[in-house]
Design a protein around this ligand. Structure first.
Ligand SMILES: N[C@@H](CCC(=O)N[C@@H](CS)C(=O)NCC(=O)O)C(=O)O
Length: 316
C-alpha cells in the first residue's frame, strides 16, 4: 500500500488535533497466496506463519496495549513474539533501551525508526507503536492498530489457545458502531482534549468525551460488558483508555469533569476487566505515567511525574 492516503498529524486552524493516518497497512492473512518465508502477495497479504512476526509495543501506549492484551487473551504468545520499547521517547523516538545493550535481540536494531525507514526510506510521519514486523526481512508489515487486533482474532485462529475467547461477534454491526463512537469521543477524544491548541477545540472535545462517557455509563447499568454478557474487542478498546484515565488523562490531558472512580458503572466495569486473567497483568502504571508526563514536554514542561492515584483501588 503506497503512502497516498497517509497524512501526518495536523492542527486545524480551529486548534483541533487531527491524528495521522496509518502508513503501513499490509496484513498477515490466511488468504495470502505467498508461500512461507515469502513477502506479501500483490494485495499486501503476508502468509500466516507462527514464529515469523514480531509485535512491537510500548506498555504505555493505549493503542499498543490493545494488541498486547488480545495476543495474550488468544494465547498467541508462542506464535507472535513481543518487543517492548522504552516508555520514554527521546529525539530518536521509540528505543529498545530495555533490552541488553539497547538492541532488540531478534530484530537487531536500536530504534523503531530504523525499521520504518528500512520499509519506506521516504517516511516522514511519526514512528508509532504498535507495529507488526517481519523478522525475515526486517520490514514493517503494519502499524494499522485497529486492524492488527482484528486480525489476531480472525487470521490467527488456527493458533489460538483452547478456550480462547471469541472477541468478534458473528454480527459485527453493533460492535462496529460502538467502536467508532468510542474511538472518536473517548480513545482519541482524550488526545483531542490534551493536544487541542485552542480553548474552543478543547471544550468541544471535552464535551463530546463526557457526553459519550455518560451514554456508556448508562449502557453499563444492566450488563457486564458493552455487548452484554460476553467480552468482545470493543471492551478491550475502551479498557485501555479507562485504565489510563485517572492516572493521566484527568490531569495531564485536562479531562477533568469527573474521575473514572466517580462514574460508578464505568468504574465497576473497568475493575471487572482489570481483574480478568490477562488484563491487570498487562497494565504498568509506572511506564504509563512516565511516558505521558515525561514525553509530552509541551504540556508538562517541569517533567514531574505524579505519584498517585493509588493503584490498589483496581483490585478492591
Ligand atoms: N498509529 C496511530 C496510533 C498509535 C500511536 O499514536 N502511538 C503512539 C503512542 S500512544 C506513538 O507511537 N507515538 C509516537 C510519536 O508520537 O512519535 C497514530 O499514528 O496515531
Amino acid at each position: 500500500m503506497g503512502p497516498a492516503q497517509f497524512a501526518t498529524d495536523a492542527v486545524a486552524s480551529s486548534g483541533e488535533f487531527k491524528r495521522q493516518g496509518n502508513r503501513f497497512t499490509d496484513r498477515v492473512s490466511r488468504e495470502s497466496t505467498s508461500a512461507p518465508g515469502e513477502g506479501p502477495d500483490e494485495q499486501g497479504r503476508w502468509p500466516v506463519e507462527p514464529g515469523r512476526y514480531r509485535l512491537v509495543v510500548s506498555l504505555a501506549c493505549p493503542w499498543a496495549h490493545r494488541a498486547f492484551i488480545v495476543r495474550r487473551l488468544l494465547g498467541l504468545e508462542d506464535a507472535i513474539s513481543l518487543a517492548i520499547v522504552d516508555p520514554i521517547r527521546d529525539e530518536s523516538g521509540w528505543r529498545f533501551t530495555l533490552d541488553p545493550g539497547g538492541v532488540d535481540p531478534v530484530l537487531g536494531v536500536r530504534f523503531l525508526s530504523e525499521l520504518y525507514l528500512a520499509t519506506d526510506p521516504q517516511y516522514e510521519g511519526r514512528v508509532t507503536v504498535p507495529a507488526i514486523v517481519d523478522t525475515v526481512s526486517g520490514l514493517v508489515v503494519s502499524n494499522d492498530y485497529p486492524q492488527i487486533t482484528l486480525d489476531l482474532s480472525t487470521e490467527w485462529v488456527d493458533f489460538h489457545a483452547d478456550g480462547a475467547p471469541e472477541l468478534i461477534p458473528a454480527d459485527r454491526a453493533e460492535m462496529d458502531q460502538l467502536i467508532e463512537e468510542i474511538f472518536t469521543d473517548v480513545n482519541n477524544g482524550v488526545y483531542r482534549c490534551g493536544f487541542a491548541r485552542s480553548q474552543e477545540a478543547y471544550e468541544a472535545a471535552y464535551d463530546a468525551l463526557f457526553a459519550r462517557l455518560d451514554v456508556l455509563e448508562e449502557r453499563l447499568a444492566d450488563r457486564d460488558y458493552l455487548l452484554g454478557e460476553q467480552l468482545s474487542e470493543v471492551d478491550i478498546r475502551l479498557f485501555t483508555t479507562l485504565v489510563r484515565f485517572d492516572a493521566v488523562y484527568h490531569g495531564h490531558f485536562k479531562c477533568n469533569r469527573n474521575k473514572l472512580t466517580e462514574l460508578p458503572n464505568l468504574w465497576a466495569y473497568a475493575r471487572r476487566l482489570y481483574q480478568l486473567p490477562n488484563f491487570g497483568e498487562t497494565v504498568d502504571f509506572d511506564q504509563i505515567k512516565r511516558h505521558y508526563y515525561l514525553t509530552h514536554t509541551e504540556i508538562n514542561p517541569n517533567g514531574l511525574v505524579p505519584l498517585g492515584p493509588d493503584p490498589s483501588a483496581w483490585i478492591r
